[in-house]
Write a protein that binds this ligand. Structure first.
Ligand SMILES: C[S@@+](CC[C@H](N)C(=O)[O-])C[C@H]1O[C@@H](n2cnc3c(N)ncnc32)[C@H](O)[C@@H]1O
Length: 290
């Protein structure tokens, strides 16, 4: 693999260890939730048949396989991710499905140098964790041909993402972000690209043009029932991250936090489980023609 930027080493450790394990454990919820937002972006901005496509921060690679289907046998899709276990899982699943035009590679997008041969790049929640987002976005831009297109989905502001924000507010009543922890952190975090102006600026500095942001609101299921949702919120997202970093130092107050969370989420429970508002930016941009 290409080397990991020193400032991304800790996040790589997180994505290759505890966060990978949590995504495996909550895969059904996480992938379905992210899936709806990713599908909305991909359906509105599909790659063209025959395109060579790059999937940035591809995780288990389900989006990479979908992109490969959309471009057909004449095209191909390459999924890149800094986490070895995610890429190992992605390779195994693609092989099992017999997907012929899909490849995966372990790489830190911030240091990745690819030939300028891609027509389209896509990312579902895979671009918010770079220590230096402009450097990483520039690498994506450099891998695209002149006129090449980029489409990515990132979370909008926390206030409109109650699926994790309610839990964060509850946990904040009890705990700060710990100054010291034995656990690695995930980098800038899922909401690091929520600000439309900052994001547009980052994309522009990285060399993209026609940068456009479209708001997309879709509900997200966080549990089959209240208990499941509390467990999910205490494991993933900003609340889960703070609890993970404190580890067993806060075991005594976990039951009280869980009880408060149950109260905070109760009105979201319905016949389809616990479903909460979620909101993303669908970013589209283009590489200037030479
Ligand atoms: C929230 S997950 C999304 C995964 C996948 N795109 C999906 O929608 O299921 C974020 C992904 O970004 C990857 N990632 C984080 N930092 C990265 C970096 N510097 N280079 C490449 N991938 C990175 C993580 O390993 C993780 O798989």
């Amino acid at each position: 693999m290409s080397s990991v930027a020193p400032e991304n080493v800790e996040a790589t450790e997180a994505w290759s260890g505890p966060l990978f394990d949590l995504f495996v454990k909550y895969r059904d919820l996480a992938t379905a939730g992210l899936g709806a937002h990713g599908d909305a972006a991909m359906e509105a901005n599909p790659p063209r048949p025959g395109d060579r496509v790059l999937d940035v921060g591809c995780g288990f690679g389900d989006t990479t396989r979908r992109l490969a289907e959309l471009v057909g046998a004449e095209g191909s899709a390459l999924g890149v991710d800094v986490s070895e276990p995610f890429i190992a899982a992605a390779k195994a699943e693609a092989e099992k499905e017999g997907a012929a035009n899909v490849e995966f590679r372990v790489a830190d997008v911030q240091t990745l140098e690819l030939p300028q041969e891609f027509d389209y790049a896509f990312s579902r929640m895979g671009i918010m964790f770079f220590a230096n987002p402009v450097a990483a976005l520039r690498n994506v831009r450099k891998a695209l041909r002149p006129g090449g297109r980029f489409c990515a989905v990132v979370w909008r502001r926390k206030l409109d993402n109650e699926w994790v924000h309610r839990a964060e507010q509850v946990v904040e009543e009890y705990l700060d972000h710990p100054e010291e922890s034995d656990e690695p952190t995930c980098g800038p975090g899922p909401f690091s690209m929520a600000n439309a102006d900052t994001l547009t600026e980052q994309m522009t500095i990285a060399g993209f043009e026609a940068v456009a942001l479209q708001r997309s609101d879709l509900p997200l299921k966080i549990g089959n029932d209240l208990e499941h949702a509390v467990e999910f919120n205490m494991a993933l997202g900003p609340a889960g991250e703070v609890l993970r970093l404190w580890g067993d130092r806060v075991d005594e107050i976990r039951p009280e936090i869980a009880a408060k969370l149950r109260e905070a989420l109760a009105d979201l429970e319905g016949p389809d489980g616990v479903v909460a508002p979620a909101s993303t930016w669908i970013i589209t941009a283009r590489v200037p023609e030479d």
